[in-house]
Design a protein around this ligand. Structure first.
Ligand code: ADP
Ligand code: MG
Length: 509
């Protein structure tokens, strides 16, 4: 038979006249091996059937279908279609809702006209010009019926080729997506599956890009361990922070980061915040035990906790102390959030520039004098209103911002009833006095005067002898401890009636 003849005939609706023209023809005949072979040979002459919508259903000038071959082909197609339908049903049943499906494709009597239906309504990535994942060299190796008939004839209708193409395209997914050797095992990804995978990769990529962008800005994040990084990312992800920008300070016990605030439970977080990350390297904290293990607020918990949790307690302690200070209106960072060993608080400074430490601030004499009186007042407030001793007060932990001294770094602060509380306070006083005296503040009191004025005690300032003064302080602490033991509870006796300063009569016992 003339091939071109068949081709042109079939292109005009062979179905159109099946009913009237079909002569009796047994299926057995059609299925004969000889015929099948013939069909195979004629395969290439079927291009017209790849456009079912266009040709098969048009009823215009129907061709004569008296030819046995034509009928045989039609019947064969009918049979194949039913077979494929059945196969599809089985495939569907087999795969169910599983995201990874097994394809029965190889067993199909593939007739190109069949394969359009399923994904017509979906975005078809193969046909999308802007497919970001378009393979460099898409594998278009049609096996039959794809001779150039304009852009309507495409691989779209061949699930096998399409599936392979989809599999090949997976190589273009982001490098972190492990797609396996799909091509090696001749995986044929149906459009839906490919689309779903692609969509997933796309959104994953966007999410990770978002995180990366934040991360890029802060190379210093490497200074903290992965657990901490994860916590920090979570803060960004949940929107508490907009951005983590970089490290302000790395100390022995903590790393401080600058970050842009987002919002927390619909409340806005300050525009600029710091994250104080308490270091989880435990060694650094060993020598700080004494600040916390005798602090009655934490004493019960201290004995029961593992070292990691103790480090969290440092963060918690700083938070509580800051809250107390804020209540007394002492200038200090405002607590935003505590997450394990990370404390988020407001930033003292402006436009990413932290306020200078008092040690570094270039202050005129008037400002310096002012600063001194502020510090004096703050120490009194801290002791008397907040019931706290800073315990690490120095020009390193005071910032100069907007004409004010701000107190920071209060994780080690204790209550005055702490067995060494007054000694800590004495040390603070010494730091403060020495600093301001050195900076030429003539009004700066001696350490002893300062101590007395902060505590309201009246320890005699005799021969300006440290040892004697400290001995008095230790005696006071001891009396307080005894008192506590007798009473079985912690109270601070200094300003209570039953304890008077050692200098007064009757104070000796
Ligand atoms: P450390 O225990 O490591 O000394 P600090 O709380 O003193 O921790 O913080 C270290 C440094 O980080 C400070 O000296 C200060 O420069 C900076 N810093 C800490 N908190 C803030 C804050 N809220 N605003 C601005 N800078 C801060
Ligand atoms: Mg500090």
């Amino acid at each position: 038979m003339d091939r071109t003849g068949v081709a042109s005939e079939t292109r005009k609706s062979p179905w159109g006249s099946v009913a009237p023209a079909a002569p009796a023809c047994s299926l057995a005949d059609v299925m004969s091996e000889q015929l099948a072979k013939q069909l195979d040979e004629e395969d290439a002459t079927f291009p017209a059937l790849t456009e079912p919508g266009a040709d098969l259903l048009s009823s215009g000038d129907a061709p004569e279908t008296t030819s046995d071959l034509m009928l045989a082909k039609m019947l064969q197609m009918q049979f194949d279609r039913e077979f494929d339908d059945q196969l599809r049903r089985e495939e569907k049943k087999f795969n169910g809702d599983s995201k990874v499906s097994i394809s029965f494709e190889n067993y199909r009597m593939v007739h190109p006209y069949e394969d359009s239906g399923s994904s017509e309504d979906e975005v078809d990535w193969q046909d999308t010009r802007h497919d970001p994942y378009r393979a460099d060299k898409p594998q278009t190796t049609p096996r039959r019926g794809f001779v150039g008939k304009g852009k309507n004839i495409t691989t779209k209708h061949d699930e096998v080729t399409c599936g392979r193409k989809n599999t090949a395209r997976m190589d273009n997914f982001a490098p972190e997506v492990h797609v396996g050797d799909g091509l090696g095992m001749d995986l044929k990804l149906p459009n839906q599956v490919f689309n779903a995978l692609k969509q997933h990769c796309y959104s994953e990529q966007k999410r990770s890009a978002r995180l990366h962008e934040k991360k890029e800005h802060s190379t210093a994040e490497q200074a903290v361990d992965p657990r901490t990084r994860l916590l920090m990312y979570k803060m960004v992800n949940t929107g508490v922070l907009e951005n983590i920008n970089g490290c302000i300070s790395t100390g022995k016990e903590s790393v401080v980061f600058h970050a842009d605030g987002g919002s927390l439970e619909e409340e806005p977080v300050p525009d600029e915040v710091v994250l104080k990350v308490f270091k989880t390297t435990l060694n650094e904290f060993k020598n700080r035990d004494r600040y916390i293990k005798d602090d009655y607020r934490f004493i019960d918990r201290f004995s029961k906790l593992n070292p990691r949790k103790i480090i969290r307690m440092w963060a918690e302690k700083e938070m509580h102390n800051l809250v107390r200070m804020k209540k007394a209106e002492i200038p200090c960072p405002e607590v935003v959030l505590l997450k394990k060993h990370i404390l988020v608080m407001s930033f003292i400074g402006k436009d990413h520039v932290p306020a200078p430490k008092l040690k570094d601030a270039m202050l005129g004499s008037e400002d310096m004098k002012n600063a001194y009186y502020q510090v004096l007042h703050m120490m009194q407030q801290l002791f008397q209103e907040c019931n706290l001793v800073h315990a690490d007060l120095s020009e390193y932990n005071m910032l100069w911002h907007e004409g004010k001294v701000w107190l920071i770094d209060v994780s080690q602060s204790v209550e005055p009833t702490h067995p060494h509380g007054l000694e800590f306070l004495f040390r603070d006083c010494r730091n403060v006095s020495t600093f301001f005296q050195k900076r030429g503040v003539s009004e700066a009191m001696s350490v002893y005067e300062l101590f007395n004025i902060v505590t309201g005690l009246n320890i005699p300032v005799g021969a300006e002898d440290d040892a004697e003064f400290i001995a008095e302080i230790v005696a006071l602490e001891k009396r307080n401890e005894d008192h506590v033991q007798r009473r079985g509870k912690k109270t601070f006796p200094i300003d209570s009636e039953d304890v008077s300063p050692p200098s007064s009569p009757g104070a000796a016992d």
